[in-house]
Ligand binder design. Sequence first.
Ligand SMILES: Cc1ncc(COP(=O)(O)O)c(C=O)c1O
Length: 360
Amino acid sequence: MKGATHGGDVYAAARESGRDVRYLLDFSASINPLGPSPAARRTIARANEWLCHYPDPACWDLRQALATFWHRSPEEFLIGNGSTELIHLLPEALQIRHLLVMGPTFSEYASAMVRVGGQTSSVMAARADGYRPPLEQVLVAPDVSIDAVLLCNPNSPTGQACDAAEVRALARQTARHGQWCIVDETFAEYCEQVSIVPEDLPARTIVLRSFTKFYGLPGLRVGYVVANPRIITRIKSQQPPWSVNMLAQRAAQAALQDSRHSRRSLRFMEQERARLVNGLERLPGCSLFPSAANFLLMELPARLKAARVVSLLRRQGLLIRDCSQVPGLNDRSIRLAVRSRADNDRLVRSLSEIVGRSGA
Ligand SMILES: Cc1ncc(COP(=O)(O)O)c(C=O)c1O
């Protein structure tokens, strides 16, 4: 039975290896390798000012900043303790009992359904299509027994994205059938042209975004939903008070407004992802899949299992994501975050040795 795990548990890896977290290279969570914006770091240094009060339960300033950033109204935003909290609020808030996901994808959508005793069905992307999300299948043969469709765009752990026009077509179709359309745009900062947030959202459409990946703030836990204000009110009614702390609210706002760091981060990713692809493509017997995000899905040569490679790299302090348990992927699938130049070179060297020793 394939089970759900996540990358990024550096603390468990540190305990297990006796190494300090600082000496681990985490390729298993895909976080901006340039780190958070300098403005966000300066804001965090002022944390003392906010420790003696409850956080703003309305997340007022961050919602105003998001409204300005996206040219939308603040009432269309709800901030959460990471987008994970919001994913878990949706089934109850929107009375979702049967969710359709386009797999292979992030496991937390199905976990959220399990919590409410609901059901998750999947339409799987084909390996031959480079795991492009199978949007056409859902558009051509809508399943009216489901009450929500979820698309992760770009998708994790596979990396491909659908364009905005296709996503809007999906959202219009689901609305016609009285279904919800949930679009997880957690990695969309890396390919903003695929986002549906800049335009009017079709009815019953909910977009999830995060400050974890591109803005590099996984430890603070900030994500948000963009949707019609009536939907926002329904989701908010399920949220515990004060779930987003004040450091998170202030740092996220500073990060959002630091357009210089955002531009640098995008430029860096474009160049470094291409360089890493180039290095990995030289590994004999490995297959790489196209990615619009800050990670790459890779298949190891026939003789090498993902679990074995993950464990060999872990001994060297390199953490990568084992995707063999992700429904729809095979036991040679791994996901690699794009990190700094030096870190990526180190990973390619280590992988090259492992693949070479395996005789692939
Ligand atoms: C596709 C996707 N969505 C959502 C999340 C949750 O992110 P966070 O709760 O940190 O915002 C993740 C985290 O790995 C993810 O990969």
